[in-house]
Design a protein around this ligand. Structure first.
Ligand SMILES: Cc1ncc(COP(=O)(O)O)c(C=O)c1O
Length: 388
């Protein structure tokens, strides 16, 4: 039986553009998005600039600005609030470099659902006077929002939270945390890497102060490009002490006797942009803008639910929270031996990944309900690895 989505079947329209499906059932977008033909062609467009012009700095700098304006369109914010970075880590670190932990507030409140970069970056700031406070996760892997809000006090400089947890797919409701933090005068940084492109995020209404992420997962891009959103109303007083010439007010001033950063979010950038990665990442983001993340979310919710029912039906334990507000695309399935289990699924031509004793199954708009059946069949065939 082939299940059917009740809504617009996005895979029907777009799947033929992703050749990986001629070989495997790809369901690992939480790690790397599938390669679209148009994204593949963009690598050639970059190579062509080298072949035809040798150096093409005007074209390349244009791509950095194109990327910035695509992010602005995607997030519904002004381009002046976007820094184009090389990774989420680069974004968080440049924000950290702008914080002063020695005058007044020095506390960072964060969760136990964070990606290593986030925890490590804030603990590194202990060398500069920061005090880091972790909120343990609930038993169902969600963030204890009441405890987190309770921990935000007059000493809190910044609250750092992940939107979607990379280990288990648990999603945190951001609005109450942002509201509580702002009431106490604290800033909020969101790591949106696991949700961007999978869950709609309207940064003009969210009111987060900083948001970081990158392009290689649900945004269909490649490693080397990320973003830092910095809300001008609340962050324009923060000046990074980690910098580079592409962050200068006038990049071509070539001044080595002073520091004059750009007044907008570009001040959080650094050196030469990751040009070969900008071409394919811009094309991937254009595709996501065309499709619309709201449509992706609605479609993938049905796939997620069908996968959950099917995997539980063959004896699997899905540890990702079930409530719609508490998950995105990813489902984490408890495993007795995650590495062997991923390999066994791959032998069935189903590509997943693992973290923390769980198999991560992460569909996107190019997956269809035939994939769902194949994935469930592969879990049934490898059921000896399922952890109850
Ligand atoms: C939630 C989350 N944050 C951050 C990262 C890593 O970001 P980067 O390597 O761009 O610093 C990942 C990568 O998997 C992630 O899942």
């Amino acid at each position: 039986m082939v299940l059917a989505s009740t809504i617009n079947d996005l895979a029907k329209t777009y799947r033929s553009q992703f050749s990986v499906f001629e070989h495997v059932t790809y369901v690992n977008s939480c790690s790397q998005g599938a390669l679209a033909n148009s994204v593949k062609k963009s690598f050639d467009d970059y190579i062509e600039t080298l072949e035809l012009k040798g150096s093409a700095w005007a074209d390349w700098a244009g791509y950095q600005e194109k990327m910035r304006s695509l992010f602005a369109t995607f997030f519904k914010v002004p381009a002046s609030e976007i820094a184009v970075t090389t990774s989420a880590s680069a974004g968080v670190n440049t924000v950290a470099s702008a914080l002063d932990f020695t005058k007044g507030r020095n506390k960072i409140v964060t969760t136990d659902n964070e990606f290593p970069t986030i925890g490590q970056t804030w603990h590194a700031q202990e060398l500069r006077g920061a005090v880091v406070h972790h909120i343990p996760s609930n038993g169902d892997l969600t963030v204890d929002i009441a405890a987190l809000i309770n921990a935000i006090d007059d000493q809190t400089l910044l609250v750092s939270i992940t939107h979607g947890c990379f280990r288990n797919g648990a999603v945190t409701e951001l609005e109450p945390i942002i509201e509580a933090a702002h009431k106490k005068g604290a800033l909020v940084l969101i790591d949106a890497y696991q949700s961007v492109g999978a869950i709609p995020l309207n940064l003009s209404t969210l009111k987060a102060d900083f948001v970081v992420g990158g392009n290689l997962k649900y945004l269909l891009g490649v490693p080397g490009v990320g973003f830092l959103y910095a809300r001008s109303e609340t962050t324009s007083h923060l000046i990074p002490t980690s910098t580079g010439w592409f962050a200068a007010r006038d990049i071509f001033a070539m001044d080595i006797h002073s520091y004059d950063p750009a007044p907008d979010a570009r001040r959080f950038e650094s050196g030469t942009p990751p040009i070969p990665s900008l071409y394919p990442s811009a094309t991937g983001l254009e595709m996501m803008i065309d499709i619309g993340v709201e449509n992706v979310y609605a479609y993938v919710c049905d796939i997620h639910d069908a996968l959950r029912t099917g995997i539980e039906g063959v004896g699997g334990k899905v540890v990702t929270p079930k409530k719609k507000a508490h998950h995105g695309a990813m489902l984490a399935v408890a495993s007795l031996d995650e590495n062997a289990h991923v390999a066994a699924l791959e032998a069935e031509k189903v590509v997943t990944s693992s973290r923390d004793g769980n198999i991560r199954v992460s569909p996107h708009f190019y997956n269809n309900f035939e994939d769902v059946e194949k994935i469930i069949a592969a879990f049934a065939k490898t059921k000896h690895y399922l952890r109850k």
